[in-house]
Design a protein around this ligand. Sequence first.
Ligand code: HEM
Length: 320
Amino acid sequence: MGAANILGVLVLTLLVMFPVSSPVYALSLNYYDQTCPKAESTISDAVKKAMTNDKTVPAALLRMHFHDCFIRGCDASVLLKSVGKNTAEKDGPPNISLHAFYVIDNAKKAVEALCPGVVSCADILALAVRDAVALSGGPTWNVSKGRKDGRISKATETRQLPAPTFNISQLQQSFSQRGLSMEDLVALSGGHTLGFSHCSSFQNRIHNFNSTHDVDPSVHPSFAASLRSVCPLHNKVKNAGATMDSSSTTFDNTYYKLLLQGRSLFSSDQALLTTTKTKALVSQFASSKDEFEKAFVKSMIKMSSITGGQEVRLDCRVVR
Ligand code: HEM
């Protein structure tokens, strides 16, 4: 084969692997070494400061990053505010309960003061989440950087996020569409070791479950009773709900232990016990915090490497 032919095949292969419409850029560990060497420590300081005043920050940031990465890649599209007729992702139904956006704003301000226009909001969020997990007692990892911020954010696209009522095949489909495996699904669901859920997210399991059962029979009876007492059928208390696990500000493997006892909140959590493979992973993570942490780190790196976006914003809430 001549050199021109080899080049042709190479270009064709690259085009098939990376269609022109999707941005192709590599992330790297030393991305800001020359342009903003203090970026990471500045972001860590902002996260630490926020956490001393508000223990709910880590959970909020972790979920924010997940919701960002699942829509148009990790491009900080979840941070954009609605403008004019465009309702942004942030105002889409699953994102109404996202909070702690101010932490990213504060980190961005501090980083902009050091190196204007250099560090993307998408990278700030990915780094802040790593710090939040580590500062909650979880593992730490190196974050590759070089993500770009997106210019598009549509509330309607939040319909693509997995719902808490999903069964295992719906979850599998949602994750595989983003290049994530069943192991990633089980490991990342461990994010439910942190935070809080409103009643509406698990209402389906504790009232009018199906035609034969009022309560999902896979929920432990005493756990179901306690959830029903905080979340009655006609709940009027806006912020009523339950913590995701019994140690909801500590990043540990308690979520998996409780899941095996029928003490998880969502149908999507319970669904992890419905295939042999995913159930085996749940058992493995329940019996070893170390195995869970290793798997979580691997899957977080994978999820946070789903790229999108094309610019570096100056204000994380508005396109440039
Ligand atoms: C597998 C599919 C998933 C579904 C269906 C799901 C669904 C939900 C729902 C419904 C809530 C409660 C929202 C509320 O009522 O306020 C929640 C909370 C949360 N989720 Fe997930 N989630 C999934 C995966 C993940 C992943 C992959 C992560 C991160 C790695 C994550 C991290 C969190 C965190 C930290 C919270 C607590 C948020 C807070 O306290 O502010 N979830 N999730």
